[in-house]
Design a protein around this ligand. Structure first.
Ligand SMILES: CC(C)(COP(=O)(O)OP(=O)(O)OC[C@H]1O[C@@H](n2cnc3c(N)ncnc32)[C@H](O)[C@@H]1OP(=O)(O)O)[C@@H](O)C(=O)NCCC(=O)NCCS
Length: 202
């Protein structure tokens, strides 16, 4: 049965990634990371993202963590400097479903951090929280995010897009769902990459 309050504090480790709680000392790194055009374009972050926004962000993060409403963790490789963020939110215990989201520092992209972090949190949500419907909502034009979803074993559900208005105009969010048995480890993902190269799927 799924937990009624999400665990806090939490550290998840695997595949060279350590997901840890945000700390007040992360403020400067957080502001530098979130004040970035791609993050402003594809996520609901305020833009520009200044120190005041950062303080407010860390405060709300702490409140929702101690309240057990969401999981919101910094992506690191060593438990120290934050390189991104992965979240689990919108938990519906009745339907045993939740949504996940992620972002990575512009200087740290294309090295497997988003897919590693998403796989780790998805596997934890499945095995420890017993959430069996894990969802992503991604604008069809966000090729990077769609590639992360694909690599981690999420597939398009075919549900009608969710229409949203934002500062960059309208967006159409597709729904992706983690396919049963696909909360893959790095080894699984590498296997799939190898299989694609040789023209078959594992
Ligand atoms: C999307 C984002 C999280 C990707 O992070 P990342 O750490 O670079 O992703 P990974 O290194 O794990 O890449 C996983 C796969 O996506 C591919 N990919 C990553 N960025 C890509 C891009 N911009 N265009 C095409 N493919 C991309 C990688 O090549 C890799 O493909 P592979 O499985 O074939 O090797 C990052 O670009 C980001 O923070 N963007 C802004 C915020 C955002 O869009 N968040 C998601 C909102 S839904």
């Amino acid at each position: 049965m799924a937990a009624s309050r999400l665990p806090y504090p939490l550290t998840l480790t695997g595949d060279g990634i350590i997901l840890r709680e945000w700390r007040s000392e992360d403020l400067d790194d957080l502001v530098r990371m979130l004040d970035e055009p791609e993050i402003a374009r594809w996520s609901p972050m305020p833009s520009p993202f200044d120190v005041e926004a950062g303080i407010d962000y860390l405060k709300r993060c702490y409140q929702s963590r101690v309240g057990g409403r969401r999981i919101q963790l910094a992506i690191t490789t060593d438990g120290a400097r934050p390189l991104g963020e992965v979240t689990l939110f919108g938990v519906d215990l009745g339907l045993r479903e939740a949504e996940l989201g992620y972002l990575v520092d512009a200087q740290e992209r294309r090295r497997g951090l988003a897919s590693g972090a998403l796989s780790l949190l998805s596997a934890y949500a499945r095995s420890s929280l017993h959430l069996n419907r894990l969802l992503l909502r991604i604008d069809a034009r966000n090729a990077g995010s769609a590639a992360v979803a694909q690599r981690c074993g999420y597939r398009l559900t075919g549900e009608p897009p969710i229409l949203q208005e934002g500062p960059y105009g309208s967006s159409r969010l597709d729904t992706w769902e983690l396919v049963e048995g696909q909360a893959g480890t790095r080894r699984d993902r590498l296997k799939n990459v190898a299989a694609r190269r040789y023209g078959r799927r594992t």
